[in-house]
Design a protein around this ligand. Structure first.
Ligand code: RB5
Length: 162
């Protein structure tokens, strides 16, 4: 499978481990950064890059890692056709595939060890979508268009003070 991966500084180490495992399994991974843990970067930049690749169908799946997975998930889910799930257990990973056809996996680099993150990812990669009644529900998600993030300057605290 062709997969895009992205992380901020807090998710870098786990992203590296997951990318290594995915490649060892024969997947083609497009690593969209970040490229070190020492430089503080903004997670939405990586979430949007991976989500855009999924939305454009340049890749089949995406994996995003930040400190908790939460910010990555919020940003990725702004994109049409992206169903990002922040999974902290293999069971959540399984259900996100079976019922929600999740195409982006979000992980918390400050919550999970590299081994835990890979265990979650391995289940997520291997689990098919159940389809059936779940397909109708997943299609209904797309009835609402992707949000327009708008001009960040309009947001309170967007100057970095927040
Ligand atoms: C970075 O400190 C942290 O806020 C980020 O990695 C992520 O956890 C946000 O959701």
């Amino acid at each position: 499978m062709r997969i895009a991966a992205g992380a901020d500084h807090a998710g870098f180490a786990v992203k590296q481990a997951v990318v290594r495992h995915l490649r060892a399994q024969g997947h083609e991974v497009v690593d969209l950064g970040t490229s070190d843990a020492g430089t503080s970067v903004d997670y939405p930049d990586f979430a949007h890059a991976v989500a855009e690749a999924v939305a454009a169908r340049d890749v089949e799946r995406g994996v995003l890692v930040c400190g908790t997975g939460l910010g990555m998930c919020m940003a990725a889910n702004r994109h049409a056709r992206v169903r990002a799930a922040d999974c902290t257990t293999p069971h959540l990973a399984e259900m996100s595939r079976r019922h929600n056809d999740a195409n982006v996996l979000c992980l918390g680099g400050r919550l999970l060890s590299e081994d835990e993150a890979w265990a979650i990812t391995e289940v997520w990669m291997a689990t098919p979508f159940d389809g059936g009644r779940h397909a109708r529900r997943v299609a209904a998600i797309e009835r609402v268009g992707a949000g327009d993030c708008g001009d960040p300057a309009d947001l309170e605290g967007a100057d970095g003070s927040g």
